[in-house]
Design a protein around this ligand. Structure first.
Ligand code: ADP
Ligand code: MG
Ligand code: MG
Length: 211
């Protein structure tokens, strides 16, 4: 299975579907330690992405799909997550360049660039109880899988599994970035909503590669 524009298009469609299915769950997580809008924010953004892709037709490259996703998220989603995911997809688009299909090294570069964009924008470190606690283990696992000569699909599976483990690891943490940090110690004992949406999105990338 090639990680071409059709894969990137399936990735965005699968993300939109699972985010819509998990809207309540994401919003409930955000009600515990935030302002109860993460599900709504993410559903609005990803439904706008697929609307744009369906109206304009699938772009020619994965990078162009990511660029569409970035522009849409930045214009349609307020709050923290819109600019953070928007920056992630914009950096991913730049890393993907004009490539028609991402090879293993390009895939790792794309995931790394996405994570680095979120860090550049939000300044969160691992352990701050944010989506970075899903992204950074995912990027590290992707790099390890690539070094072991995994296929692109294998790299994505490693990344998605690590993101899921990273999500679970956010539960005991005290938030140091974003709205949840206002709660101080009371933020402990809850999963981070943005780490949950990151795990869902990376699982969608796997399904898109297996389809
Ligand atoms: P808002 O908090 O503005 O309502 P959302 O609810 O859509 O935005 O998104 C909240 C999520 O954004 C958090 O769960 C966290 O994962 C992520 N987040 C917030 N601030 C940062 C940051 N500085 N760096 C990385 N991620 C962050
Ligand atoms: Mg919120
Ligand atoms: Mg909000």
């Amino acid at each position: 299975m090639e990680l071409d524009a059709a894969w990137a298009d399936r990735w965005m469609h699968d993300s939109a579907r699972v985010i819509a299915e998990n809207r309540q769950r994401l919003t409930t997580l955000d009600r515990e330690i935030g302002d109860a809008d993460h599900g709504e924010n993410m559903e609005r953004g990803f439904s706008a992405i697929v609307e744009k892709l369906d109206t304009d037709g699938t772009p020619d490259t994965p990078g162009a799909v990511f660029k569409t996703a970035a522009m849409t998220l930045m214009s349609k989603v307020g709050g923290a997550a819109g600019p953070l995911y928007g920056t992630a997809f914009l950096r991913a688009a730049t890393a993907a360049g004009d490539s028609g299909a991402l090879g293993p090294a390009e895939l790792v570069a794309v995931l790394t660039a996405a994570r680095d964009g979120i860090v550049a924008r939000g300044k969160a470190e691992v352990g701050d109880k944010t989506m970075i606690d899903a992204w950074t283990p995912a990027v590290d696992a992707a790099a390890t899988a690539q070094a072991a000569d995994s296929t692109p699909a294998g790299i994505l599976i490693a990344a998605a599994n690590a993101a899921e483990a990273g999500l679970a690891g956010t539960e005991p943490l005290v938030a140091r970035k974003g709205r949840a940090s206002y709660l101080g110690e009371r933020s402990a004992g809850h999963l981070d909503p943005g780490a949950a949406s990151t795990a869902l999105i990376l699982q969608s990338a796997v399904r898109a590669a297996e389809a």
